[in-house]
Design a protein around this ligand. Structure first.
Ligand code: PLP
Length: 399
C-alpha cells in the first residue's frame, strides 16, 4: 500500500464504517494549517471541528502531554491524580459558579452526565425528569443526547429513543414556556448553536430562560461543547450574557485534541452525584488533564480571548464585504470565531470550492458555511485566507 490520498481512502472505505464521507487524508498539523499525505497545505478553518482552539500541535500542549506520559498516563478514579485536581479547581474558578466538576471523555458523555444529574436532582425535587431542549440544537449521538437533539435527520432509524425530552424553538421564549409541564426539571440549550446553523441566542432570550428557570425551580443547562474554551471571546459563551446557568458542559477544545469532556456545576448541584451514582473509567485522565491545563495557560498567557475579539471583527468585516458583493451570500452570523456564512443555495458546494482553494471549512445545516479557525489566528494568515475564500466564491458565484 502506498501512502497517497487515493490508496488510503480506498483502504479506509473498505474498513471503516461509513458514518462520514471524507475526501482528504491528513498527515500533520501546525498552528492554523494542516498538511495532507500528498504534501498539500491547507488553512484549517474547521480546527478539527472546534477542537484546536490553541492550534494544531501547540508546542506547550505537546510538551505537557509528553511530560505527563513519562510519569503517569492513567490511574482510574479510584485514585486521585494531580493534573485532574488542578484542572477541576481551574474550571471552577473560570466558571465563577462556585460548584464542582465531573470529568468524562466526549461532548455526548458530558451531556449524558448533565441529563443524569438533572434527573437525579429532579427525583429529589418533586419527582421531575423532563428536559426541554431546542429544535435546531445539537447535543450528541448517544441515545439520550440524540433524544435531546430533537432533529429528525439524525434520529431516523433509532427508535425507540429515551423518553423525557420536550422541544421548543430557540430564541422564542413563548414556545419554551409552552413546553414546560409539572414534570419539567431543566431547560438545556447552546448559547450559540453550532451544528444547528451558527445562531447566537439573543440576550433577551437567555435572560428569559433564566427567569423562567428561577420562577419554576428548573435547572438551566448550557451545552458549551462547541462554544466553550474561548471560542466566542469569553471562556464560555454564556458569560457573554448576563446570566448564569446551573451547569454547563465542555468537550471539543478543552484538551486541544486529547479526548476529554467535563460537566461544571454550581454550588446547588455540586454534591448531587454521590459515590457510585455516576462514573467514567477514563474521566479526568492525567494526560488529557495535563493537556487541558496547558490549553488554559496558552489562552490566558497569549491573550487569546482578546485575539478572538480583534480577529473575529476583521474576519466578519471581510465576509460582510463578500456578502455585499454576491447575491448568493445572505448573512454573516454567530459570535466571536464561531462564524456562519448563510448562503442562498447549497453550503456543501461552497465548502468544496473552499477546499479547492486550500481552505478547510464546515457546513452547519444545508445552507450555512461554518468557520471555526484556531483562536491563535493572526492578521496575515487571516488576510491570506480571506483572499482564498474570495477566490473560491468567485469560482462558483462569479460571472
Ligand atoms: C460536538 C457537539 C456535541 C457532541 O460532542 P462529541 O464529543 O462528538 O460527543 C455536543 N454538543 C455540541 C454543542 C457539540 O457541538
Amino acid at each position: 500500500m502506498s501512502n497517497n490520498t487515493q490508496d488510503l481512502l480506498d483502504v479506509y472505505k473498505a474498513n471503516v464504517m461509513p458514518t462520514y464521507s471524507p475526501s482528504l487524508v491528513l498527515a500533520s498539523g501546525s498552528g492554523v494549517t494542516v498538511r495532507d499525505v500528498d504534501n498539500r497545505v491547507y488553512y484549517d478553518f474547521t480546527s478539527g471541528i472546534g477542537v484546536h482552539n490553541v492550534g494544531h500541535s501547540n508546542p506547550r500542549v505537546v510538551e505537557a502531554i509528553k511530560e505527563q506520559c513519562q510519569s503517569l498516563t492513567h490511574c482510574s478514579n479510584l485514585f486521585v491524580n494531580t493534573p485532574m485536581t488542578l484542572l477541576a479547581k481551574k474550571l471552577v474558578e473560570l466558571s465563577g459558579l462556585g460548584g464542582k466538576v465531573f470529568f468524562c471523555n466526549s461532548g455526548a458523555e458530558a451531556n449524558e452526565a448533565a441529563i443524569k444529574l438533572a434527573r437525579k436532582w429532579g427525583s429529589q425535587n418533586g419527582g421531575r425528569y423532563e428536559i426541554v431542549t431546542m429544535r435546531q440544537g445539537f447535543h450528541g449521538r448517544t441515545l439520550a443526547t440524540l433524544a435531546a437533539t430533537g432533529q429528525s435527520w439524525c434520529q431516523e432509524g433509532y427508535d425507540p429513543l429515551p423518553v423525557g425530552f420536550a422541544y421548543a424553538d430557540f430564541n422564542d421564549i413563548e414556545s419554551v414556556k409552552a413546553a414546560v409541564t409539572d414534570k419539567t426539571v431543566a431547560i438545556m440549550l447552546e448559547a450559540v448553536q453550532g451544528e444547528g446553523g451558527v445562531t447566537a441566542a439573543t440576550p433577551e432570550f437567555m435572560a428569559a430562560v433564566r427567569a423562567l428557570c428561577d420562577e419554576k425551580n428548573l435547572l438551566m443547562i448550557c451545552d458549551e461543547v462547541q462554544s466553550g474554551m474561548g471560542r466566542t471571546g469569553n471562556w464560555f459563551a454564556w458569560q457573554g450574557y448576563d446570566v448564569k446557568p446551573d451547569m454547563f458542559t465542555l468537550a471539543k477544545a478543552i484538551a486541544d485534541g486529547i479526548p476529554m469532556g467535563a460537566l461544571v456545576s454550581n454550588g446547588k448541584l455540586a454534591d448531587v452525584f454521590t459515590p457510585s451514582s455516576h462514573a467514567s473509567t477514563f474521566g479526568g485522565n492525567p494526560v488529557a488533564s495535563a493537556a487541558a491545563l496547558a490549553v488554559i495557560d496558552v489562552i490566558e498567557e497569549e491573550g487569546l480571548l482578546e485575539n478572538v475579539a480583534k480577529i473575529s471583527t476583521l474576519f466578519r468585516e471581510a465576509l460582510q464585504a463578500l456578502v455585499d458583493k454576491y447575491d448568493k451570500l445572505l448573512e454573516v452570523r454567530g459570535k466571536g470565531l464561531m462564524v456562519g456564512l448563510v448562503v442562498d443555495g447549497d453550503a456543501k458546494e461552497v465548502v468544496e470550492a473552499l477546499q479547492g482553494q486550500s481552505i478547510l471549512a464546515l457546513t452547519a445545516g444545508p445552507n450555512v458555511v461554518r468557520f471555526l479557525p484556531p483562536l491563535t489566528l493572526g492578521e496575515d494568515d487571516l488576510e491570506d485566507a480571506v483572499d482564498m475564500i474570495s477566490d473560491a466564491l468567485d469560482c462558483i458565484y462569479g460571472e
